[in-house]
Design a protein around this ligand. Structure first.
Ligand SMILES: NC(=O)c1ccc[n+]([C@@H]2O[C@H](COP(=O)([O-])OP(=O)(O)OC[C@H]3O[C@@H](n4cnc5c(N)ncnc54)[C@H](O)[C@@H]3O)[C@@H](O)[C@H]2O)c1
Ligand SMILES: O=C(O)[C@H](O)COP(=O)(O)O
Length: 392
């Protein structure tokens, strides 16, 4: 049985799927795959046997993607699997930023003795809030989460302005046509009463919301960060709050600099923590992992191009290689030189890496052995795997 190593609490929906497909979970053999959530893999040795790592969730900044890509390890995430959960917590956070609900609950619970009803009723003026309707929400990042937040805010009668220079023809359609597309993030920050950030923690996004950007915001504005610690410069946010340049900051990422601050609300990274989101993400992750390990199909990879073709031949060879000239020429020449007939050849490249899948019907044991060893000798080939179709 193929062993899969797991980290973190992975929903049984995903684990059961793998067990039903003849995988062992956390067995004694060297693992072929890793399934995880937020476990930090940056300082963790990854066994040479590992061929795939799947993040049951969206953010993959906990995985050393570049280093593992050079070793031929395919890395996947489960885009959208927990987006609804984050959307709902973001809407809750908007309400918490508009109405002093947290303080009001605390006050009601702290009320001891006397005429409780009179005491709470007479003090409720101290917990007056504002309404979201008619206010402007700025959404930075209109991906799986941001687009849902933006669309839902329209239904709350908010005006919505969004910023995402990475939208393409496939992703732009998710965003309601009533959402104004800003040309710059500055435009969003200057106009919005509420700003919510839904972007990945990549190097270019570290401290994306820094002191300069905070200065552009209205002093009455609220800032929400349910994307990652490190996307907002928390020290700068604290300073903006202390200097009345920002009204409230809600974050899903604890940072000691923000503790015990009445203008801050911290949740302990629970954006994706619903039963539904954990089930969906784990099942997506398990399916993608099984699909790659058994057919070579790549779906939702964050480091290699996706290729997802029906497995209709007896064999396939998947070749992960660098995205440099003449690789297809050399690969097809290799098969021709060894008298192996190619039924179908698929190739895609993204960034520094490319994936070539060769479909084969007639493939002797000797030829298979050769492919396993000699193909890897072609310069810039990183890893070759052979797949056998169990249905033929
Ligand atoms: N709090 C939680 O539990 C939780 C749950 C899910 C996701 N997240 C975080 O939220 C992030 C977003 O999730 P998603 O599912 O929407 O991801 P996604 O990949 O679907 O969308 C991210 C969007 O951000 C855009 N983007 C990237 N950099 C940008 C920038 N500088 N300015 C504007 N737009 C930018 C991209 O073009 C993309 O459309 C994840 O990377 C993860 O870190 C947190
Ligand atoms: O990026 C994500 O999907 C979220 O941050 C959820 O993380 P978790 O799986 O550790 O809850």
């Amino acid at each position: 049985m193929t062993n899969i190593k797991t980290y973190n609490a992975i929903s049984s929906k995903g684990l059961d799927y793998l067990k039903a497909h003849h995988y062992e979970i956390n067995g004694n053999d060297a693992p072929k795959g890793i399934l995880l959530r937020s476990q930090n893999l940056h300082d963790e040795p990854i066994d040479d046997n590992v061929r795939a790592i799947v993040r049951a969730g969206a953010g993959f900044n906990n995985i050393p993607v570049e280093e593992l890509s050079k070793r031929g390890i395919a890395i996947f995430n489960t885009p959208g699997g927990n987006a609804n959960a984050v959307k709902e917590l973001t809407i809750a956070s908007l309400v918490l930023a508009a109405r002093p609900v947290v303080g009001a609950i605390q006050f009601a619970n702290d009320t001891r003795g006397g005429d409780v009803s009179l005491r709470t009723e007479s003090n409720k003026g101290g917990y007056r809030g504002t309404e979201l309707a008619g206010k402007k929400l700025g959404v930075i990042g209109l991906g799986n989460v941001g687009s849902k937040v933006a669309n839902t805010a329209l239904a709350l009668d908010m005006d919505v302005i969004g910023y995402d220079p990475g939208l393409n023809a496939n992703t732009a359609w998710r965003v309601d046509r009533h959402i104004v597309h800003a040309r710059s993030v500055e435009e969003v920050l200057e106009q919005a009463d509420y700003v919510t950030v839904h972007i990945p923690l990549e190097e270019k996004n570290r401290y994306f919301i820094d002191a300069d950007k905070l200065h552009l915001m209205k002093p009455t504005a609220a800032l929400l960060n349910l994307s990652r610690g490190g996307i907002v410069d928390d020290e700068a946010a604290k300073e903006a709050l202390d200097n009345d340049q920002l009204r409230v900051y809600i974050t899903d990422f604890a940072d000691s600099v923000l503790f015990d601050n009445p203008k801050v609300i911290i949740t302990p990274h629970i954006g994706g923590s619903t039963i539904e989101a954990e089930d969906t993400s784990a099942l997506m992750a398990a399916r993608q992992l099984d699909e790659y390990l058994t057919t070579g199909n790549i779906v939702n990879s964050v480091n290699y191009p996706d290729i997802n073709e029906p497995f209709t031949t007896k064999y396939r060879v998947g070749i992960i290689h660098e995205n440099v000239p003449n690789m297809l020429g050399q690969i097809s020449k290799f098969f021709g030189d060894h008298n192996i007939n190619i039924e179908q050849l698929s190739n895609r490249a993204v960034g520094n890496y490319a994936y070539t899948m060769v479909a084969i019907n007639d493939f002797t044991e000797e030829q298979q052995e050769l492919v396993k060893t000699a193909l890897d000798e072609i310069p810039h080939v990183i890893l070759t795997r052979r797949y056998v179709n169990p249905r033929i």
